[in-house]
Design a binder for this molecule. Structure first.
Ligand code: AMP
Length: 451
């Protein structure tokens, strides 16, 4: 057993009170009846650990730094106290949730809607890639809760007449480390300047980086730290494997594994948008129901992919790291790290897509001759030596011919798609590209006519 694990289990008994002392219901945490009913209707029978830690503290009016694993129920942990405060003192433009990705924003909005519909809560999602005019209209209606990516929100704060956040009572930063990693720091600073100092701030993050600590100084008042797991741990019900293979046979091994584990739902992580697209085309050429999700797709296509996968109309979702954090995709059975993550922390986020909420799951990491060092870093981070996934090499080799043909087709299709895209002279409207453009423009934004 690894050192990290031993430390973890040794620390547990001191932290955890006896089982009977644990609050057993949302009511025990101080959640008001109407919201307890909303939880019940969502099938949330008992609060999760982060909810047990954070909700009572939030209801006391304290600022929070929530450190929780993905899939831990952290949205509920900040949404419920906000909704309860809203019930007590109803007000428009009451809370702002900042998130790094558009998908995450929609997902958080869904939970606010689901929990708040019975009390008439209105929320609006403000993210890039979507028409600003309709967003201005939605903001003019003054929703109770805004869920936004920072760039587009700043755009509205600067250009949408009559819109301001001067009465804001709650600010949430979800996946805060990511917000900073993605060069949103300038935008976040701008937002902090135009919202009241006298507010509650909740900072939620699966990992605590130095940058988050910096942000903490800027935005929080005497916060309470609610940590479910402050170490990089992966859940117990997750069976983690690796395969050590020559780089040139990666595609064949992927096909072999998908056949071996047929009937499951898969999330496959690739390192670039291009490889995500290529691998999706390759798998489709071999008859798999695969669908890509990456930053070079339009917002509509990204949501479309995610929804098809969620609705189980597709069994394989191929994604870049844009999809590795925060997304709530409940039925992923197997995570495949087709390209090994360069940052080992991303490994935790990726495999966190499976084995959620007490269910079991598998992860398989492809390790080629070029990835050995990165893989060792991952093993070091999680404090475990992973077993090899059992395979019949001869069977893999029998696939190579068919795979080569599918690769050839995929390359052709990719070229055609690229040419079509170039001829359409499509605007790249990804959040990442916007961030880069802003940087290049020295933070200057094109003024949009006020609505
Ligand atoms: P999150 O970590 O906020 O993305 O939540 C992950 C998933 O857990 C979402 O599908 C939530 O609906 C679900 N969830 C949140 N709280 C609970 C709870 N107390 N019991 C069961 N499921 C929950």
């Amino acid at each position: 057993m690894a050192a990290g694990e031993e430390e973890g289990s040794a620390a547990e008994p001191e932290q955890e009170p006896a089982a009977e002392e644990q609050p057993r219901s949302f009511k025990d945490l101080g959640v008001t009846d109407v919201l307890c009913e909303a939880c019940d209707q969502l099938g949330w029978k008992v609060p999760t650990k982060i909810q047990i830690e954070a909700i009572p503290v939030a209801l006391q009016g304290r600022d929070i730094i929530g450190l929780a694993e993905t899939g831990s129920g952290k949205t509920g942990a900040f949404a419920l106290p906000i909704l309860q405060a809203l019930l007590e003192t109803p007000q428009r433009l009451f809370a702002l949730v900042l998130t790094p990705t558009r998908e995450l924003a929609f997902q958080i909005s869904e939970q606010f809607e689901a929990l708040g519909s019975s009390i008439g809560v209105q929320s609006t999602v403000i993210v890039g890639g979507i028409d600003t005019m309709s967003q201005s209209l939605a903001l003019a209606k003054k929703p109770h809760v805004i869920i936004a990516t920072p760039g587009r929100l700043v755009d509205h704060l600067e250009n949408t007449k009559g819109f301001n956040l001067r009465a804001l009572k709650f600010l949430v930063m979800d996946e805060a480390d990511r917000i900073l990693n993605m060069d949103f720091e300038t935008e976040v600073d701008k937002i902090l300047k135009v919202i009241p100092r006298d507010r509650k701030t909740f900072l939620f993050s699966a990992t605590m980086t130095k940058k988050v600590q910096k942000l903490q100084r800027a935005a929080l008042k005497n916060p309470v730290k609610c940590a479910v797991s402050s170490k990089y741990q992966t859940v117990e019900k997750l069976q983690q494997y690796y395969i050590f293979i020559p780089s040139k046979f990666k595609d064949s091994y992927l096909v072999y594994i998908l056949n071996e584990l047929a009937g499951n739902s898969f999330m496959i992580f690739c390192s670039t948008c291009n490889n995500t697209q290529r691998t999706a085309l390759l798998l489709r050429n071999l008859g798999f129901t695969a669908i890509p999700l990456h930053g070079q797709m339009s917002q509509n296509k990204r949501l479309g992919s995610l929804n098809k996968f969620k609705a189980k109309a597709r069994s394989i979702l191929l994604a870049t790291d844009v999809a590795s954090r925060g997304l709530d995709i409940p039925h992923v059975d197997v995570v495949i790290n087709f390209d090994i993550p360069t940052h080992s922390k991303d490994y935790i986020h990726r495999v966190g897509r499976t084995a959620r909420a007490g269910r079991s799951g598998k992860s398989i990491t492809f390790v080629t001759q070029y990835d050995v060092e990165l893989f060792q870093r991952i093993e070091h981070l999680i404090g475990k030596k992973l077993p090899a996934f059992p395979m019949q090499e001869e069977e893999v080799m029998m696939l190579t011919e068919r795979v080569a043909e599918a690769q050839r087709l995929a390359r052709m299709e990719l070229r055609e798609q690229g040419e079509k895209k170039r001829s359409r002279n499509d605007d790249d409207d990804t959040e990442e590209a916007i961030g880069v453009r802003n940087k290049v423009a020295g933070g200057k934004k094109k003024k949009r006519k006020a609505f």
